[in-house]
Design a protein around this ligand. Structure first.
Ligand SMILES: *[C@@H]1O[C@H](CO)[C@@H](O)[C@H](O)[C@H]1NC(C)=O
Length: 313
C-alpha cells in the first residue's frame, strides 16, 4: 500500500508533466499561428503589390494592413523573404519616399543641359515634403497611388484608367494566365520568359506608354521575384538568365492567393547586388526580344500573346 506522501509526489509529478506538455503545445501553436496564412478579411487594407499583401496574409505585417512603419516593413521583408539589410532598407525607405514625394518625373528634361538639370532639381527640392511626412505610417492601400511606385504595364494588374488617382489592388486572372503562357518549358518562368512577357505587356500599354523610370521599377520587381523564388543556376547564382527560373505553381500561388508557396522556404540572402544584376539581365533580354521583333518586320508579331511569339522564335 502506498504511503500518503508517495501518492502526493506522484500526483505532483503528473500535474507538472501535464502543465509542461500543455505549455509546449501552446508555444508550438503560437509559433505556428504567427505566420499562418489567413487571406484578407473584409475591411483589411491591401496594396497592388503581391509581395507586401503576402506579408500581411502571413502576419509578418499587421494582418489588417494598416499603420505600417518603415522599420516594421523593412524587418518583415528581411524575415519573410530573407532580403539583405541594404536591400530591404533601400526598398522600404525608397518606397516611402516615392509614395510621399511628388510623382517621379515621367521623363527627365530633354535636352539634359546643366541649366535644365539645375532648374529641374530645384523644382523637385521645393516640392519635397518634410522627412516626418515622408516616413509616417502607411496603410497598404496607400501604395495604390498611381504612378508613384505603382505603375501601368504590370504583368498581372489592369492599367489605371486615365484620370484615376488609385490603381486596382486586384489581380486580373487573364493577365496572369497570359504571363504564365510566356513560359518556354511549361513548368518554370525564366528570366527570358519574363522579358518576353514584359515586352508584350509594355507593347500593349500605349496611352500613355510606361515611362523609363517605372519601366525600371517594373524590372526591379520581377528581378526580386526571380531572385527570391527562383532556382539557382549551376554556378549557384540567383536570378540569372541561366537559371530555370521560378516554378509556375509557385507563381500561381503567390500572385493568385498572395500566399507564400507551399514547399518554398528562403534558400539564401537576396542581396542588392544580385537584384541589380537580374534587373540588368532582364533589360538586356528585353532589348534582344524587341530587336528580334523589329527585325522580323512584322507589327502583328508584337501584339500577339507571348506564347505565339515563343513559337515564332
Ligand atoms: C483583364 O485583362 C484583360 C486583358 O487585358 C481585359 O480584356 C479584361 O477586361 C480584364 N478584366 C477585368 C475584370 O478587368
Amino acid at each position: 500500500m502506498l504511503s500518503r506522501s508517495t501518492t502526493l509526489k506522484s500526483l505532483l509529478v503528473l500535474v507538472f508533466s501535464g502543465f509542461l506538455v500543455t505549455l509546449l503545445a501552446r508555444a508550438h501553436e503560437m509559433n505556428h499561428e504567427t505566420h499562418e496564412y489567413i487571406p484578407a478579411q473584409p475591411g483589411d487594407s491591401r496594396s497592388p503589390c503581391p509581395a507586401l499583401n503576402t506579408l500581411a496574409n502571413h502576419g509578418y505585417l499587421p494582418r489588417d494592413g494598416r499603420s505600417i512603419s518603415p522599420s516594421q516593413m523593412s524587418k518583415a521583408l528581411k524575415e519573410a523573404y530573407h532580403l539583405s539589410s541594404p536591400l530591404s532598407t533601400l526598398l522600404t525607405y525608397g518606397g516611402f519616399f516615392l509614395l510621399r514625394a511628388p510623382p517621379p518625373p515621367t521623363s527627365v528634361p530633354t535636352p539634359l543641359t546643366l541649366t535644365s538639370a539645375l532648374s529641374f532639381s530645384t523644382h523637385l527640392l521645393k516640392t519635397l515634403p518634410s522627412m516626418g511626412a515622408v516616413l509616417r505610417d502607411l496603410d497598404l492601400s496607400d501604395l495604390a497611388l498611381h504612378n508613384h511606385i505603382e505603375h501601368d504595364a504590370s504583368l498581372v494588374h489592369d492599367n489605371t484608367p486615365l484620370g484615376k488617382k488609385f490603381a486596382s489592388t486586384h489581380i486580373n486572372s487573364t493577365l496572369l494566365e497570359t504571363f504564365l503562357g510566356a513560359s518556354a518549358t511549361g513548368t518554370h518562368i525564366s528570366l527570358n520568359d519574363i522579358a518576353l512577357a514584359r515586352v508584350y505587356r509594355e507593347s500593349q500599354t500605349t496611352t500613355p506608354p510606361i515611362d523609363a523610370f517605372h519601366a525600371e521599377v517594373a524590372r526591379g520587381e520581377v528581378a526580386l521575384v526571380l531572385g527570391i523564388f527562383g532556382a539557382p543556376s549551376s554556378d549557384g547564382a540567383f536570378g540569372t538568365a541561366s537559371s530555370e527560373g521560378v516554378k509556375i505553381d509557385w507563381i500561381k500561388e503567390w500572385f493568385g492567393s498572395e500566399r507564400l508557396p507551399i514547399g518554398w522556404a528562403p534558400t539564401h540572402l537576396q542581396t542588392l547586388r544580385q537584384t541589380v544584376a537580374s534587373s540588368s539581365g532582364l533589360r538586356a533580354a528585353m532589348g534582344d526580344i524587341a530587336q528580334a521583333i523589329a527585325g522580323a518586320g512584322s507589327k502583328e508579331a508584337k501584339v500577339e500573346k507571348p506564347v505565339l511569339v515563343v513559337q515564332d522564335n
